[in-house]
Design a binder for this molecule. Structure first.
Ligand SMILES: CC(C)(COP(=O)(O)OP(=O)(O)OC[C@H]1O[C@@H](n2cnc3c(N)ncnc32)[C@H](O)[C@@H]1OP(=O)(O)O)[C@@H](O)C(=O)NCCC(=O)NCCS
Length: 273
């Protein structure tokens, strides 16, 4: 199998194949962040060159992800609040003519039938490559820890500190970043805020919320808070800020650790010029 990388807008793509890639992996409420919704349109237009797709045998999309550029001084205390704030800072920084110095890897997705084979690492490597080409010295990511949904009551600071016997994070997505040389630099306890009416939350989760209070919901990284008087449900999603090593000139930042899975990754990558 050979892998190539293209920008998502490089050519017309089969809607069916994209649906197969993106159709699974996200809870319905993931789109209920009203601020993110407002900024996603401009982001896709302004930074289309940072939305990438990995193709198998030059044709089938098997992974995709995207990033935004923004300005950050390297101080963890000055990081964006998380995912949503990164969108805001990227767009507003662009509009203000502020030269970016940081690439933020925002999201990644691997085809449901191709998971667990190291494609996520290939995707992350491709996503952070533009940093070197654009002369951006920093690469960061507000990582959505995928396993956190199994521990929605655990504070993010505890969850993020959990490691396996080999010292790598217990969470698989944090682990993929760590294996590529990234380190945790801060927590983003309120990376995204999703809001809706009680009826909307009942539809998104397939549950009923008879009382006010906190509920554990399917695929939630934290709990949902229901307020019947206000007819609202609020869910605040925690992420973890990871910082990758400074990109090598010309791209292909070096991985600092190649674990056993690295050996499995006998994948050939071909990058567009
Ligand atoms: C997160 C995601 C991109 C990882 O892709 P992937 O190709 O499976 O990742 P990898 O093959 O590098 O696997 C990383 C590790 O997770 C493990 N893993 C993969 N799928 C897993 C699963 N469903 N449950 C638990 N562990 C899993 C792998 O075994 C591997 O473990 P290792 O470190 O011991 O080798 C993919 O699961 C996905 O697209 N999820 C839906 C979208 C999403 O949540 N994106 C992340 C937030 S932006």
């Amino acid at each position: 199998m050979s892998l190539t990388v293209e920008t998502m807008d490089a050519r017309e793509r089969s809607a069916q194949k994209l649906q197969q890639l993106f159709g699974d992996g996200w809870p319905a409420f993931i789109t209920a962040d009203v601020v993110a919704k407002r900024y996603l349109g401009p982001v896709r237009e302004l930074f289309a060159d940072l939305e990438l797709v990995l193709l198998e045998d030059g044709e089938t999309p098997v992974a995709a992800g995207w990033a935004v550029p923004l300005r950050w001084n390297g101080d963890p205390a000055q990081l964006p609040g998380g995912y949503t704030d990164s969108l805001v800072r990227a767009v507003e920084g662009h509009d203000a003519g502020e030269p970016p110095d940081t690439l933020v890897v925002m999201a990644g997705q691997v085809h449901p039938e191709r998971r667990g084979r190291g494609l996520a690492g290939e995707l992350l490597t491709a996503l952070r490559d533009p940093a070197a080409r654009r002369g951006l010295p920093r690469v960061i990511a507000p990582v959505r820890p995928t396993l956190k949904s199994r521990y929605p009551l655990t504070p993010i600071e505890r969850f993020a500190s959990w490691t396996r016997a080999d010292g790598l994070p217990l969470d698989p997505w944090l682990r993929t970043h760590a294996r590529l040389g990234a380190r945790m630099v801060a927590l983003a306890p309120a990376s995204q805020t999703m809001t809706g009416t009680v009826a909307q939350w009942e539809e998104w989760t397939g549950m009923r919320f008879p009382d006010d209070g906190a509920y554990v919901i399917p695929d939630g990284l934290s709990t949902l808070h229901i307020d019947h008087t206000a007819d609202s449900g609020t869910y605040v999603e925690p992420n973890v800020w990871m910082q990758h090593r400074e990109p090598a000139p010309g791209g292909r930042a070096q991985s600092s650790h190649v674990g056993p899975a690295g050996a499995r990754r006998a994948l050939k990558m071909g990058l567009p010029a």
